[in-house]
Ligand binder design. Structure first.
Ligand SMILES: Cc1cc2nc3c(=O)[nH]c(=O)nc-3n(C[C@H](O)[C@H](O)[C@H](O)COP(=O)(O)O)c2cc1C
Length: 382
């Protein structure tokens, strides 16, 4: 649960576009549309994306809350137009239409389709597809990029890399001593955002062979934050715990089915002496001999880099569809086919970075406060 920043998104996958509002940003933060776009275009990349990403070239228009290149302490409004809307006007009109629109009646396993139509009482799955689609995450990335800019002002860096696609995994341990951004820039050079070149190629082969078979693949990515001050989050209440806030945000991303901090799952089979990060003193500050906790102890950041890994399930829309039931006739048929990605793990890692930016920015504002960036910096320095 965020305490200082509040944000909402609106918009359908093939509607006019996406809207976003973020409230609670301090005044005086320099931000422009190019900075936001750089993150949006990172989200659009990655081997395995479908044709949609070639049509859309996302750009967020800053609609409100920014004047002369700086935030003014007001809610910030953003708009991302859907370039593809022109091809969907007859299917996605806001007004009543006299045109006959063919209903989609074959729910896709693994999607919100069946649960969505049952829940809302629709006879056309299109109503579900449109908002449950991951298209909405473009706006989250735009909002996250404003938070990223705030964090940059106070020398906190957020990054990520892909560590697994299908059954190919890169088990290397990431070196964060020079900051999260450097590692991330390196990962961005790979089409699958993997730091290992050979593994990258193997991952690409796995995506291609799944696509050829009309199938899809998932994977895992690692997200990290460096320059994190000690003391973000708290153990006082369940909702104050930093890992709870991060988990909530990451698990809200479409198709993300698991998260672990540090070496969470692996640690469960080890003895405590092999897990807990021993404490040292370098003459000025406490140090750690390891970071198996992923930078959070007792719900509080301990000054080490925050590191977590998340798992993404394979994309549910399949070119070779699975069995389904027509929601009107109850006949068994193959599930609906929609233009689709065959793998979106690299894109999901960028979305996760953005979600982490929002949570860390919120936690920083909660701990240090400040109505302006200058005030925030003064509080941190004191
Ligand atoms: C970046 C990204 C792109 C995605 N692209 C697709 C896609 O093209 N086709 C699809 O069926 N699912 C895609 N998904 C996954 C679905 O949105 C998701 O599985 C679905 O909404 C059901 O939600 P759940 O998996 O969280 O239960 C994508 C997810 C992300 C994060």
């Amino acid at each position: 649960m965020l305490t200082k920043l509040k944000y909402l998104t609106s918009g359908e996958s093939h509607g006019k576009g996406l809207l976003g509002i973020i409230n609670g940003m301090p005044a005086g933060l320099e931000i422009d549309e190019d900075y936001i776009q750089a993150q949006l275009s990172r989200r659009q990349k990655g081997h395995g994306r479908g044709k949609r990403m070639k049509i859309e070239s996302d750009r967020a228009e800053i609609y409100s809350g920014v004047r002369l290149g700086k935030t003014i302490g007001a809610p910030i409004g953003l708009i991302i137009e859907n370039m593809d809307y022109k091809n969907w006007v007859s299917i996605m009109p806001v007004d009543k239409s006299t045109k006959r629109i063919k209903n989609i009646t074959l729910p896709r396993p693994g999607h919100a389709d069946l649960a969505g139509v049952e829940k809302f009482g629709f006879s056309d799955i299109r109503n579900v597809i449109e908002r449950s689609s991951a298209r909405e995450t473009a706006m989250r990335v735009a909002i996250g990029s404003i938070c990223r800019k705030l964090l940059k002002e106070i020398k906190i860096e957020i990054g990520s890399r892909v560590i697994q696609i299908h059954d190919i995994s890169d088990d290397s341990v990431v070196d964060l001593t020079k900051g999260a951004e450097l590692v991330t820039l390196q990962a961005d050079k790979s089409d699958v955002r993997c730091l290992d070149k050979t593994k990258s190629n193997n991952m690409i082969e796995k995506i291609d062979s799944a696509k050829k078979a009309g199938d899809s693949v998932g994977g895992k990515f690692e997200v990290f934050a460096t320059g994190i001050p000690l003391g973000l989050g708290s153990y006082s209440q369940w909702f104050d715990r930093l890992q709870s806030k991060i988990s909530e945000s990451i698990m809200s991303i479409n198709a993300i089915k698991g998260i672990e901090f540090g070496n969470g799952f692996e640690n469960s089979s080890k003895r405590g002496s092999k897990v807990h990060d021993e404490i040292g003193w370098d003459g000025e500050k406490y140090t750690r001999y390891s970071n198996n906790a992923g930078g959070i102890e007792g719900g509080i950041s301990n000054g080490e880099p925050i590191i977590f890994q998340a798992a993404m399930k394979p994309i549910p829309t399949l070119i070779k569809p699975l069995r389904s039931i027509d929601i009107i006739s109850k006949e068994e048929k193959l599930a609906h086919k929609e233009r689709t990605d065959s793998c979106a793990v690299p894109a999901a890692s960028i979305i996760a970075e953005s979600m982490l930016c929002i949570v860390i920015a919120d936690s920083v504002l909660e701990k240090f406060g400040g109505d302006s960036i200058l005030e925030l910096k003064n509080h941190i320095n004191s």
